[in-house]
Write a protein that binds this ligand. Structure first.
Ligand SMILES: [Fe+2]
Length: 135
């Protein structure tokens, strides 16, 4: 009987947690580290302290956009990919890296101006990192 009560209490607590997570306003959800699918300088989540070596750095020269992730490259730990997307999620450019590459750096020619661009860098250990910018 005690086990059944504990099970019911646990189920109720889980349900309340799920509902609370679902109905949180957007600003609260953005502040919650539990709702991070991609890490940023502002929301480093479980990888706190890793932004400097994982969040892509953007350099813009005219129509040339360069993404750089200041991360080491070795067989065990490296940057797998860069992706550049617009505010609608359209892929404007991508580059795959290999452990043998010396640096995780990629360049794209982007015509026009964009209010929102997203530079994405994926580490094989420390997940996906995003830097938002405009051009
Ligand atoms: Fe990493």
């Amino acid at each position: 009987m005690q086990n059944r009560r504990n099970f019911l209490k646990a189920s109720l607590a889980t349900s309340v947690g799920v509902v609370a997570a679902t109905v949180l306003p957007a600003s609260a959800a953005e502040d919650s580290k539990e709702n991070i699918f991609a890490y940023t300088k502002e929301h480093q989540g479980r990888w706190e302290g890793k932004a400097g070596s994982h969040a892509p750095i953007i350099t813009i020269e005219g129509n040339k956009v360069t993404l750089e992730t200041k991360h080491g490259m070795s067989d065990a730990h490296y940057i797998v990919k860069h992706s550049l997307r617009d505010g609608d999620g359209n892929v404007l450019g991508e580059q795959v890296f290999f452990p043998q590459d010396k640096k995780a750096i990629s360049t794209y020619v982007i015509e026009g101006n964009y209010k929102e661009l997203y530079a994405m860098s994926f580490c094989n250990i420390h997940d996906l990192w995003v830097t938002k910018f405009s051009k």
